[in-house]
Write a protein that binds this ligand. Structure first.
Ligand code: FES
Length: 125
């Protein structure tokens, strides 16, 4: 059976082939997440205004495969921006997707850039 998470792979900024226009800055709430669809992927996008940074990651939480990370709580752990899943509060780094609870599942992250007021997310295909 295909694993629903197989289609989510972290994209390094150097590997970006497509910058997808996810919306404008106003479309995303401050210090919280929004969800967009790119092809068959749900991507959570975070306007981390407290840090003046943007992040994007898979919307699917790898703990129970729930499409919920965009509704999670943003925060910082040792100055690493993180997202806490709203279901069972597992936390993940928004920089590299690592699991900050020490469990072996992680999330895919995607580069974000702001061009004028457009929010662009980087994909490989
Ligand atoms: S579904 Fe995300 S922590 Fe359980």
């Amino acid at each position: 059976m295909e694993n629903v998470l197989d289609k989510y792979k972290t994209v390094a900024i150097a590997d970006v082939k497509i910058w997808f226009k996810a919306g404008t800055i106003k479309d995303f709430p401050s210090n919280r997440g929004g969800c967009i669809k790119y092809k068959d992927k749900q991507i959570a996008v975070f306007n981390f205004e407290r840090r003046n940074e943007w992040y994007a990651c898979q919307n699917a939480c790898p703990h129970k495969m729930e499409m919920v990370l965009s509704r999670g709580m943003t925060g910082s752990a040792d100055n690493v921006p993180k997202i806490a899943c709203p279901m069972h509060k597992k936390t993940f780094s928004l920089v590299d997707g690592s699991n900050l609870n020490g469990e072996d599942y992680s999330i895919a992250t995607y580069p974000v850039k702001i061009v004028e007021d457009e929010v662009m997310i980087g994909f490989v295909d």
